[in-house]
Design a protein around this ligand. Structure first.
Ligand code: ADP
Ligand code: MG
Length: 141
């Protein structure tokens, strides 16, 4: 599925719809360059889950857990992971096979430990379509 957005608000709204539909145990991966809109989409997902607290980037903590929504939200940013074994220490499997929605930014860095099935979200710019254009592709893996 491909969705095109032309503002951060539209990307947020797409995230909100995804968050409303999300069910426990689902895993989303999120791939895209810096400044492409990963945080905008994630904030929308949180909103759709019913989380009202602000979503911060878990870059230094690897995972942020939000329990105030309809289901738990496990937000990973694995950009700084050195070795996939670090993910074991964090308890990665407990989240991925747990009762919440797991979202993993930079999931391509831990490809070998991803579950068998997940929804892969890719956000891309296309400057020929304008500065605010984003192509958001959602694929079932
Ligand atoms: P990332 O988390 O991927 O680094 P952010 O969500 O923090 O990216 O930032 C995205 C930036 O791009 C923001 O400054 C936002 O205003 C801008 N932007 C412009 N158009 C869009 C769009 N269609 N969707 C999302 N963000 C957009
Ligand atoms: Mg971000």
């Amino acid at each position: 599925m491909v969705i095109e957005t032309n503002s951060p608000e539209e990307t947020f709204e797409l995230g909100r719809q995804l968050g409303q539909k999300a069910t426990a145990g689902e895993v989303y991966t999120l791939i895209g360059d810096l400044g492409v809109g990963k945080t905008a989409l994630t904030q929308g997902i949180a909103k759709g889950l019913g989380i009202d607290e602000p979503i911060s980037s878990p870059t230094f903590t690897i995972v942020q857990v939000y329990e105030s929504g309809r289901i738990p939200f496990y937000h990973f940013d694995v950009y700084r992971i050195g070795d996939v074994e670090e993910m074991d220490e964090i308890g990665f499997d407990d989240y991925v096979y747990g009762e919440g929605l797991t979202m993993i930014e930079w999931a391509n860095l831990i490809e070998e430990i991803l579950p068998e099935h997940y929804s892969q979200i890719t956000i891309e710019k296309d400057l020929e379509r304008g500065f605010d254009y984003r192509r958001i592709t959602i694929e079932e893996i």
